[in-house]
Every structure is written in structure tokens, then in C-alpha cells.
Design a protein around this ligand. Structure first.
Ligand SMILES: NC(=O)c1ccc[n+]([C@@H]2O[C@H](COP(=O)([O-])OP(=O)(O)OC[C@H]3O[C@@H](n4cnc5c(N)ncnc54)[C@H](O)[C@@H]3O)[C@@H](O)[C@H]2O)c1
Length: 253
């Protein structure tokens, strides 16, 4: 039976990834600062003992260490780590506050690094270059094509894409591959809160993709599960846009 840790597993892309992994028979630890609201769907509930939750702030090294110490008390090995925890604070660079910048740096950039560091011995155990453990970081197309009104968020995602490549090379020989997905606009609580009235007018959502809709969490979870599958065991150091083609060419609106 395979085991995974998913950060940000309480909502949106992370929650859907947890549910999909439980449906496929994995044991899953969700690390999140919010409550484990994984009450639905029923298939996930019936997974019962295969789902564990730890309250963990991924931007805080003590909190991450405590979560992985607890996980290590029950298992020596995990097969995958998915880093989905993230926060978005938007506004022009002259509007955004130092506290908002610190939060995004801590959660979006330091968070995946601390989580991978905490998970290393679990990922390395029993892994090899022919059957590697997997790390998937959830980046953003903002990190590939930054947008005004979203500058620092884009910068944290560009930085985490850079870390993906370096980690992929540094960890490969110990049997761990590292990749990132870069979603476009996804229908999650994060996006709903950005579309509310209190968001600075300088931020505009990218809107529908050339495919005529925004993504659902399953569109991203599909690709994360591909990275965790046997088919992707030789894929390492990639950043894959999952945006329906939004970034591929400018659209005249
Ligand atoms: N929704 C989008 O349009 C979109 C687009 C591109 C990238 N992303 C990225 O996808 C990832 C998931 O976002 P989502 O849309 O599912 O958002 P979401 O808000 O629905 O879920 C994010 C989860 O991360 C958790 N989290 C926040 N801070 C944390 C912390 N310090 N420690 C642990 N957990 C923390 C939240 O509690 C929440 O459960 C994020 O990294 C986000 O930047 C989202």
C-alpha cells in the first residue's frame, strides 16, 4: 500500500488530491492549518483509517518538524509528497505590505523546502533511481508569466519553480524525483476569495482559458496523479503548465 503526505490537503487542489489518492487505495497524511474538512465524498470517508491529519504551518520549521516526527513514529517510508499549501495576497507592488510578502514567501517558497527537508528520510527509504519516490510542488502559471497586481505571488511561484529544478538534480541520485505543476485559474476557495469585492482593483483574474472554462481541482489532481504514477518514473525537474493554454499566446480582449 502506498503512502503520501499532502500539504494544504484541507482545501481546493490539495483536498481533491487527498480524496483521489484515498480512492486509489493510498494512505494519506494531510498537513494543513485549517481543519480536515474531508467529509465528502463518501468514498474518502470510507477510507477511514488510511486518512490522517496533522495541524501544521508549512512556513514554520518547528511546526513542520513536529508533523514529520509524528509521521515517522508510525511509518519509515512514504512514496510521495505533494506540496499544495499556498496563499495569495494581491495588489500592485506599491500597495502590497511587507507582512503579506513575508506570508507568501513563508508558505509558497519556504514551505515546500521545509516540507521536502522534513520528508527526506521517509522518501529515501526503500527508493531507488529505478523506482523513485515522487515530490510534486504546486506552482502557478504566474511563475511562468507574471501578472500585474499579482507580482509577489508570481515571484514566489517563479522561485519555487527554480527550486524544483535544483531539487530534482540534487535528490535524483538518492531515488527522489521532483516536478511541479503550474495551474492557471482553478475553481477553489482561494480563487473565490480573490474574486470578492475586497480584492484591490489592480488584480484581474486571467478568466477562462482558450478551452472556454477555468480549471476544476480534478484537472490539476489528474496531472499530480500522473506524476505519482509508474508512467512518470523517469520524469524529473519539469514544470508543467496546466492552464488550458492560457499562457501560450496573448488574447486580444
Ligand atoms: N486556485 C488557483 O487558481 C491557483 C492557480 C495557480 C496555483 N495555485 C496554487 O495551488 C495551490 C493550492 O491552492 P488552492 O487554489 O487549492 O487554494 P485553497 O485556498 O483552496 O487551498 C490552500 C490550502 O493551503 C492551506 N494553507 C495555507 N497556508 C498554510 C500553511 N501556512 N500551512 C499549511 N497549510 C496552509 C490552506 O489552509 C488551504 O487548505 C497553492 O499553492 C496555490 O498557490 C492555485
Amino acid at each position: 500500500m502506498k503512502a503520501a503526505v499532502v500539504t494544504g490537503g484541507g482545501s481546493g487542489i490539495g483536498k481533491r488530491t487527498v480524496e483521489r489518492l484515498l480512492e486509489e487505495g493510498w494512505t494519506v497524511w494531510s498537513l494543513d492549518v485549517c481543519d480536515p474538512i474531508i467529509a465528502e465524498p463518501a468514498e474518502a470517508l470510507s477510507a477511514g483509517s488510511r486518512f490522517r491529519f496533522h495541524h501544521c504551518d508549512v512556513g514554520d520549521s518547528d511546526s513542520v518538524e513536529a508533523a514529520f516526527t509524528a509521521i515517522k513514529s508510525v511509518t519509515r517510508k512514504i512514496d510521495a509528497l505533494v506540496c499544495s499549501a499556498g496563499v495569495a495576497r494581491v495588489g500592485l507592488l506599491e500597495e502590497i505590505s511587507p507582512d503579506q510578502v513575508d506570508l507568501m514567501m513563508d508558505v509558497n517558497l519556504k514551505g515546500p523546502w521545509l516540507s521536502i527537508r522534513g520528508a527526506l528520510s521517509l522518501l529515501r527509504h526503500g527508493s531507488s533511481v529505478s523506482d523513485p519516490a515522487r515530490v510534486v510542488i504546486v506552482g502557478s502559471i504566474g511563475g511562468i508569466r507574471p501578472k500585474m497586481g499579482n507580482g509577489f505571488y508570481s515571484a514566489t511561484k517563479a522561485a519555487v519553480h527554480a527550486l524544483t529544478g535544483v531539487l530534482a538534480v540534487e535528490l535524483a541520485s538518492s531515488g527522489i524525483v521532483v516536478n511541479a505543476v503550474a495551474p492557471g485559474t482553478v475553481d477553489t476557495p482561494m480563487m473565490s476569495s480573490l474574486l470578492q469585492g475586497s480584492t484591490p482593483p489592480s488584480y484581474r483574474s486571467s478568466g477562462e482559458s482558450p478551452l472556454g472554462r477555468i480549471a476544476q481541482p480534478d484537472d490539476i489532481a489528474d496531472v499530480i496523479l500522473f506524476y505519482l504514477s509508474d508512467a512518470a518514473k523517469y520524469v524529473n525537474g519539469t514544470v508543467l503548465p496546466v492552464d488550458g493554454g492560457t499562457r501560450a499566446a496573448f488574447i486580444k480582449r
